[in-house]
Design a protein around this ligand. Sequence first.
Ligand code: BMA
Length: 315
Amino acid sequence: MSNEPIVKRYEGNPILTRHDIPYPVETVHNAAATRLGERYVLLFRSHLRTGRSVIGIAWSDDGYRFEVAPEPFMVPSEDERFAAHEEYGVEDPRICCIDDHYYITYSAYSRFGVRIGLAKTRDFTTLERVAFISPPDMRNVVIFPETFDGRYARLDRPHSDINPWCIWLSWSPDLIHWGESVPVIQPVTYHWDEMKIGPGATPIKTPQGWLNIYHGVFPTMDGAVYRLGVALHDLANPARVLGVADEWIVAPEDAWELTGYVHNVVFSCGAVAESDGTVKIYWGGADSVMCVGTAKIADLVELCLTRSRPALSSA
Ligand code: BMA
């Protein structure tokens, strides 16, 4: 095996910093990513100077050099159906394209806790909120971009003190009502993801299975360290996990990942698969800047299948 990193960092990182944002923000991180026609779209989170978050939008022709729109794309709703549950901010979006709609799942913060909102757009110009699709406390929801026997599936991350911070999978007939939830991946004790794990990028379809790029957290004397890992889910039944790579694929390494608004964090909410078999993985560095790296999808799949740890603990 080579000692080269499996994810190659773009030499122009960070690709977005707060100085690229044409309105006052402290951070630009945790961006959802997709393609609209030939263009790449990032929906990124920014902390305002109140400490609360909004979501901005940036466009690119090559996936590396982005231009940021003059106004945020999504701010806490003033619509009375949504406002009370978004008053503390909107965070960490994910984008899933199904048919001709882009569905955006996002964390909505309020005095009631954090829950997941669903919004949709066709063009990233207008945005329609659909519904809240979880109660508190839920974060990190990614919807699979295909249906399974007519049903939608999502990876989500509820919390229980007995079975902490695992990745679950839930089903829905209509994207709004979700259930039949099952745990699919648990953290492993004294391992890089032992403290918690959560879905990251929208799963990518490969011939061998759905590739799930997720985050895992390890507690240290110097605080938590956020890294990225990969798992592979069965194509026909994504609740079946085919493998979870034992090793992480990206860890905080560059100066802007080691120090920032929150130190030692790489956190992904989006990746874009390319027709040449590579994937652009976007991640926030230290909750402060946006970075991108590329990997061969086949290498990530192989890591899941040949160097796997158990998805669920046996205890
Ligand atoms: C998580 C979320 C992420 C953030 C990470 C590291 O709990 O708040 O948005 O990137 O912590 O601070």
